[in-house]
Design a protein around this ligand. Structure first.
Ligand code: FA5
Ligand code: MG
Length: 437
């Protein structure tokens, strides 16, 4: 979760992605990493893993007929229709080719994320070096695009996070981020007597409903447009009967902020984070006479619900029996994914004593297991936490569910991988492995 503070906005030109067949290589001698054709110096912050590097340049969101591409086309159509521009050209511009390697100033500072905020931690992001990381959200490009003079835009791309391991979380996923900036005239164009209406008030105070500098009437208009745009999008994608609910949220870059959840398999699934943009961001980016709303949604989350795709890892499948199910002439076609076959899971446990110096983070363990087990790893579940009554040392017990998307795994091959997980965990994470079975 993201919290607040502004630091410094660094103006950079937006680099676009280069698709290269060999996207990365490491020269151990000179501490250098090549990502998407560009060289980066590594340092003791570097924690980007080969598994994650292998996803750079895959660009599933622009791959014709990929389910994420189909969904992206639907979202773009919706925005084109919903916001026609003055001369018949759509008001929103689309940016789907911006390089995912960004600076900490783009990902955090330009969005007022405090220096000590947990979302900046090494345990939560993939760092290339101390100042450079794989963007953790598509919002990283917001301030730059505004400072280039854009008022309505969508940024679509791959984002990278060290996160939980389960059927709806993956270290790489795709987001659509939107920004809409409006002038006083644009907001109140339907009002009969707009005289006296304002965007800003000078000595206002911040409340749960608005930022200090905004007038309540301007914020309410923005909130109404933002929420109806997102509900309209959910209904366009899922049909009029989709059940939605709003949950109050906090982001450093918006206030007020919300999340939109939809009902999926009898559970509420969060699909969008959004809010009224912090005016400080607009000011620093030169959009001083406008107020804005913004949102960021996860494409995989929506696509899973739309096409009944049971597991987020499937989006990376290159199996033609998966991909062929989405080869349709019309991107609005109704598609229900049919599982090729269900392969049985094979669960093995591991437990270890944690170091006493607090240097253990579960995300380090999750990444390590993924590095060793690759896409054989379906889930990692923290089963038990135990504190030794005398020594007060803590131990964690995890169940690792191994399950391949395309074939049945044998306990023998899983056993080999699991033993390697235990060995490397013991050697690299400063823990003491107790049991593995
Ligand atoms: C953000 O990333 C904010 N940048 C969104 C935003 C933009 C808010 C602009 C306000 C203004 P969050 O971390 O909640 O917020 O992620 C946004 C969406 O990405 C989620 O609603 C979810 O749909 C998706 N998402 C988040 N984490 C994962 C994950 N590990 N795997 C798949 N999808 C994810
Ligand atoms: Mg969220």
């Amino acid at each position: 979760m993201w919290c607040t503070r502004y630091a410094h906005f660094c103006k950079e030109t937006l680099r676009t992605c280069r698709t290269a067949s060999s996207v990365a290589n490491v020269n151990k001698n000179i501490n250098e990493l090549v990502l998407l054709g560009q060289k980066y110096v590594t340092d003791d912050w570097t924690n980007i893993t080969p598994n994650v590097i292998s996803k750079l340049g895959r660009n599933l969101h622009v791959k014709q007929y990929h389910p994420l591409w189909l969904l992206r086309q639907r979202i773009v159509d919706y925005f084109y229709k919903q916001f026609p521009g003055k001369s018949g050209t759509p008001a929103f511009s689309i940016h789907d080719n911006i390089c995912p390697v960004v600076t900490t100033s783009q990902n955090f500072d330009s969005l007022l994320v405090p220096k000590d905020h947990p979302s900046r931690r090494k345990s939560d992001c993939y760092f290339v070096n101390q100042d450079t990381l794989l963007r953790a959200h598509a919002t990283a490009h917001q301030a730059e695009l505004i400072s280039m003079g854009l008022n309505n835009f969508l940024v679509i791309g791959d984002v990278y996070r060290r996160d939980e391991v389960d059927s709806t979380h993956y270290p790489v996923f795709h987001q659509v981020d939107a920004v809409r900036l409006c002038t006083l005239q644009e907001i109140f164009h339907d009002v009969n007597d707009p005289a006296g209406l304002k965007l800003f008030e000078h000595s206002g105070t911040e409340t749960a409903d608005k930022q200090g500098c905004h007038t309540l009437e301007a914020v309410k208009m923005m909130e109404q447009e933002l929420k109806s745009t997102l509900i309209g999008l959910a209904q366009t994608v899922f049909g009029k009967d989709v059940q939605c609910r709003w949950v109050d949220q906090y982001f450093p870059f918006t206030h007020p902020s919300w999340e939109l959840e939809i009902l999926f398999n009898d559970k509420w699934l969060e699909i969008v984070g959004c809010g009224v943009m912090r005016q400080e961001i607009l000011q620093k980016s030169g959009a001083v006479d406008r107020i804005g709303w913004a949102f960021g949604l996860g494409l995989e989350r929506l696509a899973m619900r739309l096409y009944s795709i049971p597991n987020i890892r499937l989006f990376w499948s290159e199996d033609i029996s998966f991909l062929n199910q989405f080869k349709v002439d019309d991107h609005n076609a109704h598609i229900q994914y049919k599982p090729i076959s269900i392969y049985p899971p094979c669960t093995n446990d591991i437990s270890f004593w944690l170091p006493e110096d607090g240097s253990y983070f579960p995300n380090d363990f999750y990444d390590l297991v993924r590095e060793i087990g690759g896409d054989m790893v379906d889930q990692i579940i923290l089963k038990d936490e135990y504190v030794h009554p005398q020594t007060k040392r803590m131990s964690h017990c995890y169940s690792i569910v191994y399950r391949h998307m395309e074939r049945t795994l044998t306990q023998r091959e899983v056993g080999e991988v699991h033993r390697k997980v235990a060995r490397v965990t013991d050697a690299k994470l400063n823990v003491t492995v107790r049991i593995q079975k």
